[in-house]
Design a binder for this molecule. Sequence first.
Ligand SMILES: N[C@@H](CCC(=O)N[C@@H](CS)C(=O)NCC(=O)O)C(=O)O
Length: 207
Amino acid sequence: MLTLWGNADSVNVQKVMWCCEEAGVAYQRIDAGRHFGVVDTPEFRALNPNGLVPVINDGGLVVWESNTIVRYLAARYASGTLWPEDPALRSHADRWMDWTNSTLWPALVPLFRAYMRTPPEQRDAKATEAARLESLAALTLLDQALLGREYVAGAHFTMGDIALGCAVWRWFALPVERPTLARLESWFGRLAQRPACRKVVTLPLSR
Ligand SMILES: N[C@@H](CCC(=O)N[C@@H](CS)C(=O)NCC(=O)O)C(=O)O
């Protein structure tokens, strides 16, 4: 059975859990990261020298970096579904996975930290508003890209929706002003109907 290290409320760990659930991969999860610690132990650093979760061990193969894990699992266990076999289609899933880490998540992180990790009296209102606007700009771009698409790679749910959906859930779950982005909301509504998403992603955010 695959072993996954990481706390269940981590955005990056949720990508891996959601992928396993969709692909029907059985896994055991070991709490690590945040208040669970573990990530600074020599044993964990031998698995991931970065000291970050998620990490998996699948039959002796250790993999870290959440999007790499999702790609590995999709290619190995869900080829033709989560992993589009057509390279052109796959490039759409891939680009939104990379965009999640390069553009959307860096915009969302300060917003997430302000509301979930900072007491109200210590919040920097200006920086928080700047983060909201930056997140909104990124999500407006995504909303436009979803024109004529059910999912980010086209007509079918893929690994691209998993990585992106975990980050976008934070936007919807945070107590921020959200102008209507109709295509984004419809797309996320489709993701949120999936039992695997409801089981491991669309849960209350924890502080
Ligand atoms: N680029 C990495 C980032 C991993 C990351 O930042 N993980 C966070 C949790 S989301 C972490 O391990 N933080 C240290 C901790 O929780 O102790 C990935 O996508 O896997």
